[in-house]
Design a binder for this molecule. Structure first.
Ligand code: ADP
Ligand code: ASP
Ligand code: MG
Length: 592
């Protein structure tokens, strides 16, 4: 018998009428012959109301008690949903996270799922019940209630779909599907028919609030078909499918997103030697803070400058931790809040030139100053002032004409990665460590060289000018990192294939002359070490583990960029092999 999971978000259960509407959908699915598991969020903005109540009592509520409080929102909805189904003549049973057997670790307010037992749900399903599961919650080994982080009901839904080997996981929300960007900020945004897991992972972690990014990790790991659709539509209007395929195979950019609440921490004058990054980032990992846009300046006079971004909500804890590290290492800590990050994402970007320059030009034309840049194979992010965030998002959405449907649709066989659905045995063994880190591969790339332009003026249009000159020569740029400048002067580094380094240096020197910055330096032979996995940026320990392994091998990290599926570090060419060996040893226990 087929089984479907249907998840209803806050707005979709905000009133008793909406709860009845959701109950009808579930009953209809059951009448069509499916077993049905519903996953339900707290009603409307109830979680925000509870957060606010806690803040009225104390600025820093204990995390355990916060989870105790927040989990009540979902408990209300599951009970009402079960009553609704009974009232409509159906049979249903509501279950909390603990009753289902969703075991998590003990990191309150951002817990990760460790295992889920399916027996109790199966028994109720076989008895003809609709199972109504409370989203967003679990219990740790000591039966403390935990929550999975804001928006975490999506993750509950996809995780339940994975353990139950569901035929589909439907996410009912208040928009028609996944759009090219948030339709509430950019009204011309277009609903996408499909989005690939990798693109959705990036979009979700870069601010596309429609899905909790960790739910996509499950979708990818366990190959769960996810269908995002509108709960308000009466007809069975198709939404968006998140799966193995992108929507189109010819587009460089598929979507864009904005993370509004970013803050940057800068450390200046830290010792430029192996182990520095490790000391800082392992401490941050211990307190479970995810770090992004890490920029390290090529050191001068034995000291380096490091900057990175964290979510503004993590800023106080991050500052405390980094302050401790700075006292040990030396160096000064400063920070800026009121920043936002605008990003473009697309699988096609990995093989097409001329994406960076277009994005930077669009921002320059909108008079938006770029404060930092970081890239991965399938995304480019720029840090901007918060007041300009929405305008920046609109500018890039327009530039890449995302409102227009793509010319061609992707199908299997045109380069898209078709993932084999894992065998049931495989799934069962992997489900025992549901949200554990798995690393798929570790690679060494010795084909690239680095160019660095220092002392860029901090004003709009500089990055656009440089990358337009680079694109005019059809140079395929791989990593770009900009930021961490002293006295308002930023540094910009990028990598190109080794045989193009000389040409790129020429272009960079001309541009530096025109813009009155520089000097330009280069290293024609660098090594890039990459760790591949799923959700590895949100697994905060990955960077720390990499830095530790490299520092113990006496290897200095020159550049770094992170994404949800890959972390890259640049090291000296003659350290490539040793670095590869060190990383393979360090991650041996989590290689998938
Ligand atoms: P739910 O309560 O159903 O989980 P959310 O508020 O978490 O709903 O997510 C839906 C919201 O996500 C939409 O109302 C929309 O404003 C926002 N959103 C952000 N980015 C996107 C995107 N790329 N596509 C669709 N919606 C998006
Ligand atoms: N109710 C929780 C929240 O608002 C979880 C969710 O809705 O996904 O974050
Ligand atoms: Mg949500």
């Amino acid at each position: 018998m087929s089984l479907i999971v249907q998840k209803f978000g806050g707005t979709s259960v905000a009133t008793s009428e909406k709860i009845m509407g959701a109950a009808r959908k579930a009953i209809r699915a059951q009448q069509q012959g499916h077993q049905v598991v519903m996953v339900v969020s707290a009603m409307g903005k109830q979680t925000d109301v509870l957060v606010d109540l806690a803040r009225q009592i104390t600025e820093q509520p204990p995390a355990r008690e916060m989870d105790m409080l927040l989990s009540t929102g979902e408990q209300v909805s599951v009970a009402l949903m079960a009553m609704a189904i009974h009232a409509l003549g159906g049979q249903a049973v509501s279950l909390t996270g603990g009753q289902i057997g969703i075991k998590t670790d003990s990191s309150h307010t951002k817990a990760r799922i460790q295992s889920i037992s399916s027996e109790r749900m199966r028994k109720h399903l076989d008895d003809g019940h609709i199972v109504i599961a409370a989203g967003f919650q679990g219990v740790d080994d000591d039966y403390n209630i935990t929550t999975l982080g804001r928006g975490g009901s999506d993750t509950t839904a996809v995780a339940l779909a994975a353990v139950l080997r569901a035929d589909s996981c439907e996410i009912y929300t208040d928009v028609d599907g996944v759009f090219t960007t948030d339709p509430r900020i950019v009204p011309s945004a277009r609903k996408m028919e499909r989005v690939s897991h990798d693109e959705m992972l990036e979009l979700a972690s870069l601010g596309a609030g429609v899905m909790h990014s960790r739910s996509i990790e499950f979708g990818k790991k366990f190959d769960v078909p996810i269908h995002v659709r509108n709960s308000a539509s009466f007809s069975d209007e198709p939404g968006s499918i998140i799966g193995n395929l992108p929507e189109s195979s010819d587009r460089a950019v598929s979507g864009c997103a904005l993370t509004k609440n970013e803050a940057r921490i800068s450390l200046t004058g830290v010792p430029d030697k192996p182990g520095t990054m490790h000391r800082i980032f392992s401490r941050l990992a211990t307190v479970n803070i995810a770090v992004d846009m890490i920029v390290q300046n090529i050191g001068a006079a034995g000291v380096a400058d490091i900057a990175f971004t964290v979510l503004e909500t993590d800023l106080p804890a991050a500052l405390k931790t980094v302050g401790e590290a700075a006292r040990e290492l030396g160096g000064e800590v400063s920070h800026d809040a009121n920043l936002s990050k605008v990003s473009v994402v697309g699988l096609g970007m990995a093989t097409q030139t001329g994406v960076a320059d277009r994005m930077f030009r669009a921002l320059a034309d909108a008079r938006v100053n770029i404060q930092a840049i970081s890239t991965s194979q399938i995304k480019i992010s720029a840090l901007v002032e918060r007041a300009q965030g929405m305008e920046a998002l609109r500018a890039v959405h327009d530039e890449f004409e995302l409102e227009k449907p793509p010319q061609s649709r992707a199908s299997f066989g045109d380069g898209a990665t078709k993932v084999e659905r894992p065998s049931p045995v495989d799934v069962v063994s992997r489900l025992q460590r549901m949200e554990d880190l798995t690393i798929d591969d570790i690679r060494l790339d010795q084909t690239q060289g680095r160019i660095t332009i220092s002392q860029l003026p901090d004003s709009p249009g500089i990055a656009a000018e440089i990358f337009e000159a680079v694109a005019a020569e059809s140079l395929l740029v791989d990593m770009i990192v900009q930021g961490a400048g002293r006295d308002g002067l930023a540094n910009l580094s990028f990598t190109v294939p080794r045989d193009a380094v000389l040409q790129a240096v020429g272009v960079a020197m001309d541009a530096a002359d025109r813009l009155g910055c520089g000097p330009v330096s280069s290293d024609a032979t660098i090594a890039i070490l990459s760790v591949f996995g799923v959700g590895i940026r949100t697994h905060v320990g990955v960077g720390a583990r990499m830095f530790k392994a490299l520092s113990e091998a006496g290897i200095n990290v020159e550049m770094i960029n992170t994404s949800e599926v890959r972390v890259n570090v640049v090291v000296a060419a003659d350290k490539g092999e040793a670095g590869l060996k060190a990383l393979r040893t360090a991650f041996a226990d989590v290689m998938g």
